[in-house]
Design a protein around this ligand. Structure first.
Ligand SMILES: *Cc1c(COP(=O)(O)O)cnc(C)c1O
Length: 440
């Protein structure tokens, strides 16, 4: 029961003439799963409608931002009102203050914050700030963690590059890579060694608060605490990248679930995705003494024509305000129902798999054993995922088109949407079990 893809194919062909690969962000191209990416015409609640008229339950949710579902009336209203007042002023405007206050109220260690336009900009700026504050150069990151496409952070950067089987990106100067120490996630011994050898040169450790870009891999017990203890001991900063987990795993992100360690909270946080409500808004923030280093107060330069854009800020604020305790409870129960059902069907079909969680974020690895790091994540049956993905898509459920991604639900995933997902699972699990069945 293949769905028509004529219009998507036409658009893809046109796009490929003028846009590299036909897409503006690589994972959208379906390279990992094959077939034609669906061009979406509209989204409403939990559903997307493609240009050929097919409807899909959306389990991508724009890779996280659409936590309330598409075109949520409260957010739409806020966007309309903000847009009617003008699109961008290049001056401070009230919405920026409200959004910053909302974020600071939710994430206790964040004393000051600056708004930017993408998660990449947030991590890039946080790294520059950490280097300016410490006067050091080296940055530690973990393999499989993605922090946007910042030169120095593209080494072993998880989903996008993993999907394309690129070891790293071309065009990143060797010097930029040399300033980055890449360690295995959840490996405290490797971290101790790195600090013992080069501790006085390390400006910062950046980590995904809970990894979501190699599939979902939460920090093992004691890992976050070790990060905090070692960075503090050696005078380095700890940057918690909550671009994906922020305001998603709980009202205060992953930090809200794990809390500060005995040695304290991270020094800096980065945010994006949910806090923009589907518009380009992101942020970095943390300790006031560190943030004071930023221009115009201090010597670390950072700026943006559209930073704190009034329409994006209004969308973000309206989204966060609507993210109530009931919304988080709903995300938890819906994600549990979907993951449990998927797991049961995969088991019934005899497909090796493993479900992993960070709050309501989850992913299904097509392997038997726990995934603790990037090497584990890559050791899975991605072909089985591809068959599973396409069987779901044919039945009107749009999963992330890669085995290295989290699945996302929204407040709008109601009984009808969940039922549609559950109905599609048995056939998809059988397809995953059947290597004879080729992907398109
Ligand atoms: C998505 C993501 C980024 C990059 O954000 P963009 O807005 O795509 O630049 C950075 N860090 C993490 C953890 C992310 O999930």
């Amino acid at each position: 029961m293949n769905r028509p893809t004529t219009r998507s194919e036409e658009l893809l062909t046109r796009a490929q003439q003028i846009v590299p690969g036909g897409v503006n962000s690589p994972v959208r191209a379906f390279r990992a799963v094959g077939g034609t990416p669906r061009f979406m015409a509209s989204g409403q609640g939990a559903w997307l409608t493609d240009v050929d008229g097919s409807r899909y339950v959306d389990l991508v949710c724009s890779w996280g931002p659409m936590i309330l579902g598409h075109a949520h009336p409260h957010v739409l209203d806020a966007v309309r009102q903000a847009a009617a007042r003008g699109f961008s002023f290049g001056t401070p405007s009230p919405g920026e203050v409200l959004l910053a206050e909302e974020i600071i109220a939710r994430v206790e260690p964040v004393e000051q914050i600056r708004l930017v336009s993408s998660g990449t900009e947030a991590t890039m700026s946080a790294i520059r700030l950490a280097r300016g504050f410490t006067g050091r150069t080296l940055v530690v990151k973990f393999a499989g963690c993605y922090h946007g496409h910042v030169d120095s952070l593209l080494a072993a950067a998880g989903s996008g590059v993993a999907t394309l089987a690129l070891p790293d990106s071309a065009g990143v100067p060797a010097q930029a890579a040399a300033e980055t120490i890449v360690l295995p996630f959840n490996d405290i011994a490797a971290l101790e060694t790195a600090f013992a050898e080069r501790g006085e040169q390390i400006a910062a450790v950046i980590t995904e608060a809970a990894a979501g870009n190699m599939g979902v891999v939460p920090p093992a017990p004691g890992f976050t605490a070790a990060l905090r203890t070692l960075t503090s001991r050696h005078g380095a900063l700890l940057i918690s990248d909550e671009v994906m987990t922020g305001f998603r795993c709980s009202r205060s992100g992953w930090f809200g679930l794990e809390g500060p360690t005995t040695d304290g909270a991270p020094d800096l946080f980065t945010f994006g995705k949910v806090m923009g409500g589907g518009f380009p808004a992101a942020a970095f923030g943390g300790r006031a003494d560190i943030m004071a280093m930023l221009a115009p107060q201090g010597p670390v330069y950072q700026a943006g024509t559209l930073s704190g854009n009034p329409v994006a800020a209004a969308a973000g604020l309206a989204t966060l305000q609507a993210c109530t305790d009931e919304v988080y409870a709903h995300l938890a129960s819906v994600s549990r129902v979907i993951a449990d059902a998927a797991s049961a069907e995969l088991s019934a079909a005899g497909v090796a798999h493993r479900v992993q969680w960070a709050g309501s974020m989850f992913s299904i690895f097509f392997r038997e054993n726990e995934v603790r790091n990037y090497d584990d994540a890559r050791d899975q049956d991605t072909a089985a995922f591809g068959r599973f993905f396409h069987a779901m898509l044919d039945q009107g459920v749009h999963l992330p088109p890669s085995a290295f991604e989290s699945w996302f639900v929204s407040a709008a995933h109601d009984d009808a949407a969940v039922e549609a997902v559950l109905a599609a699972l048995p056939a998809a699990a059988r397809a995953a079990a059947d290597p004879g069945r080729s992907a398109p």
